[in-house]
Design a protein around this ligand. Structure first.
Ligand code: TYM
Length: 342
């Protein structure tokens, strides 16, 4: 069976972008693949963070995965730092990563600009190498992510090919190894709709956990009145009717797209339904659709988070299964790179 892996950072509240761009897609695809979903806590410390909140955020994120429908009878769910091979492989990979590849990363440029020099740690630059280890350790075929991770996936692919070239194949055979490629080269799975959910207050910037205003995003655990209030106050325009794909109406396109996915309608259906609507009517429509869609997730979340023993069991089981796969890959890499093994 083909394998699929993905993860979300336990920083801030999980929002509609994370859900529509990633988690919802994981759930839709989990029956077709062998799957592992991690909570990337090691990625969450690349910018200043609250040590009092990290472990809680990791548990909450795991509970969100399950509440959204990740099925632990099919998928391994685990916390990245519980499987040590991630950090170990990262070191090995970073020795094969040209620094120019990392300097090119858009997310690094954006995040370092926002963070200010003092807060730009080495790890903010090397972050994509850790992400590559998360993926390559599991010999993954597919990685379902939102549009913003596309460049990191491209780097992961290039890194896999580079390591295969440097240490795999013929070279490895000559050293007495088994030969062949060390890593599978993974492919991103980016959903046709929802891959880039935009902010509610600015249709040109993406919905993000780190945006200062909570009004800019719908969090998966927002109660009904909060959702209603955010939609009521979100940015709109004064064109007549509603339409997709008008570059002058990015907010309109974003809200219609969100409505389309959560109501499971086609783009054509939504275009027809909303073409003559005014904002007031549409805002009621999308608020109800969001509340109806998120309510069952919120109910399940409360059940899961109030049963810590169950959650611990899921994470322990997930880490054990993941470590078995990860350790085997790591051992291969050490051998291919010529290390003395115990
Ligand atoms: P993170 O935590 O920023 O986001 C988690 C997932 O949500 C997607 N996403 C969005 N999709 C659509 N619209 C948006 N506005 C939006 N914002 C976020 C992201 O594309 C992502 O799929 N580096 C990753 C986490 C990571 C990872 C991995 C992912 C670490 N290792 C290995 C896959 C495989 C990140 O920071 O995602």
């Amino acid at each position: 069976r083909k394998r699929m892996v993905s993860g979300v950072q336990p920083t801030g509240a999980i929002h509609l972008g994370n859900y529509l761009g990633a988690i919802k897609n994981w759930v839709a695809l989990q029956n077709s693949y062998d799957t592992l979903f991690f909570i990337v806590d090691l990625h969450a410390i690349t910018l200043p963070y609250d040590t009092q909140q990290l472990s809680k955020a990791s548990r909450n994120t795991a509970a969100i995965y399950l509440a959204c429908g990740v099925d632990t009878s099919k998928a391994s769910v685990f916390v990245q730092s519980h499987v040590r091979a991630h950090v170990e492989l990262m070191w090995l990979l970073s020795c094969a990563t040209p620094i120019g590849w990392l300097n090119r990363m858009i997310q690094f440029k954006e995040k370092s600009r926002k963070a200010g020099d003092e807060n730009v740690g080495v790890a903010l630059l090397t972050y994509p190498v850790l992400m590559a280890s998360d993926i390559l350790l599991y010999q993954s075929d597919f990685v379902p992510v939102g549009e913003d991770q596309k460049q990191h996936l491209e780097l992961t692919r290039e890194l896999a090919e580079r390591v295969n070239y440097l240490y795999g194949g013929r070279k490895w055979k000559k050293l007495g190894g088994r030969g062949g490629s060390i890593f599978k080269v993974p492919e991103p799975l980016i959903p046709p709709a929802g891959a880039r959910v935009m902010s509610l207050t600015d249709g040109l910037s993406k919905m993000s956990k780190s945006a200062p205003s909570d009004q800019s995003r719908i969090n998966l655990l927002d109660p009904k009145d909060v959702i209603a209030n955010k939609i009521k106050r979100c940015k709109t325009d004064s064109f007549p009717g509603l339409e997709f794909d008008n570059p002058e109406r990015p907010e309109c396109n974003n809200l219609l797209s969100i409505y389309q996915i959560i109501s499971s309608k086609t783009k054509e259906e939504v275009a027809r339904e909303c073409q003559d609507m005014n904002w007031g009517t549409f805002k009621n429509l999308i608020t109800d659709a969001l509340v109806d869609h998120l309510h069952p997730i919120q109910v399940r979340y409360e059940e899961i988070i109030s049963d810590p023993a169950y959650l611990d069991g899921v994470l322990a089981d997930g880490a054990t299964k993941a470590a078995a796969i990860a350790d085997a890959t790591l051992e291969n890499v050490y051998q291919a790179m010529g290390f003395l093994r115990r």
